[in-house]
Design a protein around this ligand. Sequence first.
Ligand code: SF4
Ligand SMILES: [Zn+2]
Length: 154
Amino acid sequence: MNPHGITHEAAPTVLKPLCANRIAMFDSLDPNVSAFARSLCDACPLLTGCREERDDWLGASTTNRAQVTGTWAGRTYGDATSEEQKRDRRRRAAAKASATRAEKAATEPPRTHCIEGHPFDEDNTYINPTTGRRQCKTCRRKSSARHRARKSAA
Ligand code: SF4
Ligand SMILES: [Zn+2]
């Protein structure tokens, strides 16, 4: 914290999603193509936030879960594996994510800004009703817009 109360993390940053302009690649269910898309997610500066948005979105309704196809935050959906396998994977992923979040929450002071530098103020903060976690509204909007754009361009 500097004397003006501005943290380093609060500095405005523009992080570019690695899926930008790669609609076909991220929609593809070709195993080779989707493997490459997942490797881009692994290197993406927005992965952490993107994964949280995705898990929330998938957790929000069965319709969302049924609709999702293609690669999103390091996972490929709608591929040939059985529904049961997919449910299993989702359960494991959700359990792991919530354990990781709980661990983080217990050890870290609350952040004042999201990973992209948007403030966690009253207007920009969404409290997930299920998990009680704070989320950046700006980032949530951007993430679902990206996903919708990929869907409609497909
Ligand atoms: S889907 Fe998410 S993690 Fe993957 S490249 Fe796009 S923004 Fe990054
Ligand atoms: Zn944000």
